[in-house]
Ligand binder design. Structure first.
Ligand SMILES: *Cc1c(COP(=O)(O)O)cnc(C)c1O
Length: 430
């Protein structure tokens, strides 16, 4: 990365260079610092680092130079202030929430979100004494009535997995802002290439890097990015005493007095320190490889998905197709507003004209699409949610989640699109 970049650099350039200063070995590929701990020059330096009077490496549960490159690169791509990477997307979401909420508090969460997040919010966090209040992403105004003095965060997904709903990001963040509440947007499916939630008012962006960001289905990883200026919202905000009063676990540090981005500082110094879902530097390196080509991959995923969605719409055995790139889709205008070039990633869901058994048979008949619950891989994936990812849900809950017995979900990969269409065509029959 040039020392004095010609600002503002574009996403493709940032994805390849941001956050990396070559060391004396001049390695082009970011080195993998596969180490647990770091030596101090002397006891004074050791003491200073523990006191946060000098920033530097102590132990890889807290910081690691390979992870540091990934953190800075993601912050640059999202237009944020700082990043923290974690062992999984789920860990990133958990940390982002418990950085703000504790026993007796509540969070407001969108109804259309990843199943794992919904489990975390409605069950695991409930056991921690944190209540999740659910609002309809399609009616953002309804979230305001759920706010009270104990509300600590609003959580939603920019492009939801698996419902493929696009969030009215500006409307959501404006309501939260009015009440001084921090918004957290899961930007996993959109990726920072297609959408930058911070630009539309989000305070914090979380990612599962396990999907498109790494891109090849090779690593579990996550990240949290906070925005510039978030300190001002937190300082003296009665909702967030943990940042404004001395932290007894950090010799009385008041986070609000620190000039670094304090949302992520506290995640690192308190939550990563104590709960420890740190990302392996090798996995960070894998994600760095993925990020370099993210832009061309997500564009190609989107183009392939667009063509497949158009093929499905006109197929006699397909009852309906859910893909925001289609002009008839209810989220089409939101896609045009929030997503670069209106591109919508590789997620498609569709209903077939038959029943559950027919849907399963179609999944069993594809040769290139593999039956996999993951998304965002270079390889095309197919799944029947009602019998797999959503099989624990009752009929009513399935309806609510927008999943029917005959719904099939695709994660369209990077194979030749004619081959993919031929595969689906044979599986659907005529
Ligand atoms: C997969 C996923 C997660 C969870 O991430 P992991 O890396 O699997 O822990 C969170 N949010 C969304 C939208 C996801 O697709």
């Amino acid at each position: 990365m040039p020392n004095q970049p010609y600002q503002p650099l574009h996403q493709e350039t940032l994805a390849i260079h941001a956050g990396y200063q070559r060391d004396s070995q001049q390695t082009m590929s970011v080195p993998i610092y596969q180490t647990t701990a770091y030596a101090f020059e002397n006891s004074q330096q050791a003491g200073n680092r523990f006191a946060l009077q000098e920033l530097g490496n102590i132990y890889s549960r807290l910081t690691n130079p390979t992870n540091d490159v990934l953190e800075n690169r993601l912050a640059a791509l999202e237009g944020g202030a700082s990043g923290v990477v974690t062992a999984s997307g789920s860990a990133a979401i958990f940390y982002a929430i418990v950085n703000l909420a504790g026993t007796g508090d509540n969070i407001i969460v969108a109804d259309k979100i990843y199943g794992g997040s919904s489990n975390l919010f409605l069950h695991t966090l409930k056991n921690f004494g944190i209540e999740a209040r659910v609002f309809a992403i399609d009616e953002p105004k309804t979230l305001e009535a759920l706010i009270d003095s104990k509300t600590k965060a609003v959580f939603f997904e920019s492009l939801s997995n698996p419902q493929i709903a696009i969030a009215p990001i500006e409307e959501i963040t404006q309501i939260a802002k009015k009440h001084g509440i921090i918004t957290i947007c899961d930007n996993t499916v959109a990726t920072p290439i297609l959408c930058n939630p911070i630009k539309w008012g989000a305070d914090v962006v979380v990612h599962s890097l396990s999907k498109y960001a790494s891109g090849q289905g090779s690593t579990i990883s996550g990240a949290i990015i906070d925005r510039e200026g978030l300190n001002d919202l937190i300082k003296n905000n009665p909702r967030y005493p943990q940042f404004n009063t001395p932290d007894p676990s950090y010799h009385g540090l008041v986070y609000a007095d620190v000039s670094l981005p304090i949302f992520n500082l506290r995640i690192r110094t308190a939550l990563l320190r104590d709960i420890g879902a740190a990302l392996s530097p090798f996995n960070a390196w894998l994600v760095l490889q993925g990020l370099e080509t993210l832009k061309i991959r997500i564009q190609e995923h989107s183009q392939n998905a667009q063509k497949i969605a158009e093929f499905l719409v006109s197929h006699p055995k397909v009852a309906s197709v859910n893909y925001p790139g289609l002009a008839c889709n209810r989220y089409h205008n939101l896609a045009k507003k929030y997503f670069k070039d209106g591109s919508c990633s590789g997620l498609i869901s569709f209903e077939i004209t038959g029943d559950l058994e027919n849907a399963k048979k179609i999944c069993d008949s594809t040769k290139i699409f593999s039956i996999v619950v993951n998304i965002g891989d270079t390889k095309s994936l197919i799944v029947h949610p009602a019998s797999t990812t959503h099989s624990q849900l009752s009929e009513a809950q399935l309806q609510e989640a927008g999943i029917l017995a005959n719904t099939i979900r695709l994660s369209v990969g990077l194979e030749n699109v004619e081959d993919l269409i031929a595969d689906l065509s044979v599986a659907l029959g005529s």
